[in-house]
Design a protein around this ligand. Structure first.
Ligand SMILES: Cc1cc2nc3c(=O)[nH]c(=O)nc-3n(C[C@H](O)[C@H](O)[C@H](O)COP(=O)(O)OP(=O)(O)OC[C@H]3O[C@@H](n4cnc5c(N)ncnc54)[C@H](O)[C@@H]3O)c2cc1C
Length: 421
């Protein structure tokens, strides 16, 4: 038995076998033979999505390369590559992704499987960039599907937490390569929320981080800029933040004071580089996270209520909330389905307790009609999924057809998607 852990350390699994196929033929043979299979990207999910006592497959060693389409509007890429490897390869070919999240360490398939997103009112999650999949199904058979060929399978696979099949290669929409300038500013929370509509309209990407015991935010704006050779700066504040987190873990009652001090230290900074190097930030300090995608109309009030709840209960939180926008999509299991949404993330330092704090804040997220990020902490039940996702029933039919014996399910997924068994 091997041991596997997720990034934050909150999920530990002991699969019977950890398999790292190098070719699609090996992958097919492993899937066909196994009784129970889960797929792991780089383990950045907080929910037990990769947990299994069967075979856990990683595609990190799979051979393959990026193929650019003749019209340069899409590429086929190995699904197990980290996003950062893809974006470097794209940049060499004069291409970029339309948007990315906070880090680029995730496997492409891991990000697509969970509707991973960045910020931008007109920009959907990475799953909306998928144009076709090459999938290994439960019986080991390989299929290619897109919006024309086996459309139902394609629709179901777009956000599917690895329950439809193993993505071995994916076709993704891309843009001509572009550069971004990141600007970080300190700004009052009230003013930012008041101006949010205008800010989100004006800037291709805007988001902010707010510590719940502070009245100010760190506002982050990304804009497309022409070529230049500005250096990419490393975040100088990381060492300080690590020390503050450790201090809060030792003395949780100091969290509010420490947060106010941290907020006072937020300065202004700028950096510019190829888009794929500006989207990701360093996230070395481990945390646990919950995130809900809220109807855009209730985003600001939901954040205010969450902050009020943290303060009322004097919860010892040392990480900030993150507030972003994501465009609507039509993906059956996407939290942004029929959006648009604002995304509110709530984090806790991994060495500090998080369950009680997450429960207190989740109640408000759910009352406001939010749907959780599948990879991040939530307490949805199968009945909730059916209620919140009008297309869940149809998704379940496709899942049953693709994997009638539930080979790709684990305990968590059997419970959450019980309606599809
Ligand atoms: C530090 C940090 C920053 C983050 N930032 C963001 C962010 O900005 N925006 C955001 O939306 N999310 C963010 N996340 C969440 C993260 O993007 C998701 O958890 C994502 O799924 C992680 O990708 P992974 O490769 O680690 O996948 P894993 O966590 O390993 O797996 C995720 C899912 O993908 C499935 N899967 C993996 N490989 C395959 C495959 N080949 N075929 C089919 N299914 C597969 C797995 O079975 C599982 O269900 C962040 C997480 C962390 C820890």
């Amino acid at each position: 038995m091997a041991q596997w852990r997720n990034w934050s350390g909150s999920v530990v699994a002991t699969p019977a076998q950890l398999a790292r196929p190098r070719t699609e033929a090996e992958l097919r043979a492993i899937v066909a033979k196994a009784e129970r299979v889960r797929l792991a990207g780089t383990g950045h999910s907080f929910m037990p999505l990769c947990e299994t006592d069967g075979v856990l497959i990683s595609l990190a060693d799979m051979e393959g390369e990026v193929e650019v389409a003749a019209d340069r509007a899409s590429v086929w890429a190995p699904a197990g590559w980290p996003i950062g490897r893809l974006t470097e390869e794209l940049w060499r070919a004069g291409l970029s992704l339309a948007n990315q999240g906070d880090i680029d360490k995730q496997a492409i398939a891991g990000a697509l499987a969970t509707a991973t997103h960045g910020t931008g009112r007109s920009l959907g999650s990475l799953s909306t960039f998928a144009r076709a999949f090459r999938l290994v199904l439960a019986d080991g058979q390989v299929v290619e599907c897109d919006a024309g060929i086996d459309k139902e399978l394609f629709e179901a696979a777009r956000v599917s937490l690895g329950m439809i099949g193993v993505m071995s290669r994916v076709k993704l929409a891309v843009l001509p390569g572009y550069r971004l300038r990141e600007t970080m500013l300190r700004a009052p929370l009230d003013k930012v929320l008041e101006d949010w509509d205008a800010l989100a309209e004006k800037h291709r990407h805007v988001e902010f981080f707010v510590f719940p015991y502070s009245e100010h935010v760190a506002l982050k704006i990304l804009e497309i800029v022409e070529a230049g050779d500005d250096p990419v700066e490393k975040d100088p504040g990381r060492g300080v933040f690590q020390a503050v987190c450790d201090l809060a873990a030792l003395s949780p009652r100091m969290a509010p004071t420490l947060q106010r001090l941290l907020t006072r230290a937020i300065g202004s900074s700028q950096r510019a580089a190829p888009a794929g190097r500006i989207f990701p930030s360093e996230r070395e300090i481990r945390f646990e996270e919950m995130e809900y995608e809220m109807p855009a109309a209730v985003g600001a009030q939901t954040l205010r209520a969450a902050i009020a709840e943290v303060r009322r209960l004097r919860l010892p939180i040392i990480f900030p909330f993150e507030f972003r926008t994501v465009a609507a999509d039509d993906i059956w299991l996407s939290p942004m389905n029929a959006g648009p949404c604002v995304s509110i993330s709530f984090h806790q330092y991994a060495k500090m307790p998080w369950r009680e704090a997450f429960a207190a804040v989740e109640a408000g997220f759910r009352a406001g009609g939010g749907r959780p990020h599948w990879a991040k902490r939530h307490t949805l039940t199968s009945a909730d999924v059916l209620r919140l996702y009008p297309m869940a029933g149809r998704w379940g039919e496709v899942r049953r057809r693709a994997d009638p014996k539930g080979k790709f399910m684990n305990a968590h997924l059997r419970e959450l998607f019980a309606f599809s068994l």
